[in-house]
Design a protein around this ligand. Structure first.
Ligand code: 5GP
Ligand code: MN
Length: 337
């Protein structure tokens, strides 16, 4: 929580209309888009001039979020986005803990502007670039934090169906539909209130999870067939090559959630998915664990990444085969359970 002094200072700052920019992390997910758009609608109701700038394109399965079509995409319009950043009186950064999470070029733009930063985030080890930091790694989603933040500002009566819809979306996606360990009784109370504000929960679930293309399901089938087991480490992993992605007409968002299948195996507590990205010259990796095995540490230490204890990501600059070999070698050293 922010201190009451910080909240008072923020209330003061927001008492008159301001030029505000809100930024999610690169490759934004449901929580990143839901939290930025939820806060955007809340601030708009108070006559602020508000824009969300995403570092890059967001996936199609989130393109129904209210005003998502107004989100500026930094990498597609560097000049206007940079101008906007430079002219902002307040910049909110949501759902990430370090400026490098927006990508190199946008990071530079954010680092060179001297304005008031506000961070709202639930990832481990937040950096200290913001004047106001609301960081809580016990929170299951940044969306839930935006809800609490609005309450702290005394704006709860302004939460309407639109804001509630955005916030609900990130709570659902980051909690794996209310099943991950950080889902608390408070989370459910927040959600109950959001339903009272008019959230159409079956419709949102349907928009998020029941709009797959046939290609996406075929890609999922391939991914599951590619799954390898390392029972000695209670570990499974999936690979997808660029060729396989191309074969199934991959579009952004198609691989979302596939990693979780590796944990649905009986007796397995650690899984990873390795996805080749020829354009960026990297292998993008997602890690998931159940219980005490800390994948944030694992991703940070070995794969240029980070995240949460049970869900993290990272990347590797070697080939897919090299990356897998490295992964197995690290397991042999670190995970003798
Ligand atoms: P996902 O595997 O779904 O992409 O990400 C899981 C969690 O780890 C998310 O909270 C995400 O923000 C974080 N994460 C994913 N990739 C990276 C990365 O490269 N670096 C860091 N620091 N966090 C990441
Ligand atoms: Mn999140």
């Amino acid at each position: 929580m922010m201190t009451s002094n910080e909240i008072d200072a923020l209330k003061q700052l927001l008492a008159s209309p301001k030029k505000i920019t809100i930024v999610p992390h690169r490759n934004p997910d449901g929580d990143a888009m839901g939290s930025t758009l939820g806060l955007y609608h809340f601030l708009k109701l108070q006559q602020h001039d508000v824009v969300v700038i995403s570092p890059n394109e967001f996936p199609d399965f989130l393109a129904w979020l209210p005003d998502s079509e107004k989100v500026m995409i930094f990498e597609k319009d560097v000049q206007h986005c940079t101008e906007r950043i430079n002219g902002s009186e307040i910049i909110f950064t949501l759902d990430f803990n370090a400026l490098h999470r927006v990508g190199e070029q946008m990071q530079k733009a954010l680092e060179t502007v001297s304005t008031t930063f506000v961070m709202i985030d639930h990832h481990q080890l937040p950096d200290s670039y913001a004047k106001f930091t609301y960081s809580d790694t016990k929170m299951g989603s940044t969306c839930e934090m935006v809800y609490h933040f609005i309450h702290q500002l005394g704006g709860e009566n302004l939460i309407d169906k639109t804001i509630a819809t955005c916030i609900y979306t990130g709570i659902v996606t980051d909690s794996g539909s209310f099943r991950f360990p950080l889902t608390t009784s408070t989370t459910h109370r927040v959600v109950a209130d959001l339903l009272d504000k008019g959230v159409d929960n079956p419709k949102i679930h349907n928009l998020l999870f029941d709009t797959s293309s046939y290609n996406r399901l075929q890609l999922l089938g391939r991914a599951l067939q590619n799954m390898k087991l390392l029972p000695e480490y209670k570990t499974s992993y999936i690979t997808l090559t660029q060729e396989e992605l191309d074969h199934f007409g991959y579009v952004k968002g198609d691989t979302e959630g596939i990693v979780n299948y590796g944990l649905s195996l009986k007796g397995f507590d650690f899984t990873a998915i390795f996805i080749e990205n020829k354009e960026e010259g990297i292998i993008k990796i997602s890690f998931r664990s159940q219980g005490a095995f800390d994948v944030n540490q694992f991703a940070r230490k070995h794969f240029n990444g980070g995240g949460h204890i049970n869900a993290a990501g990272g990347k590797s600059f070697g080939t897919l085969d090299e990356t897998i070999n490295q992964f197995i070698a690290i397991l042999a050293e670190e995970k003798n359970n």
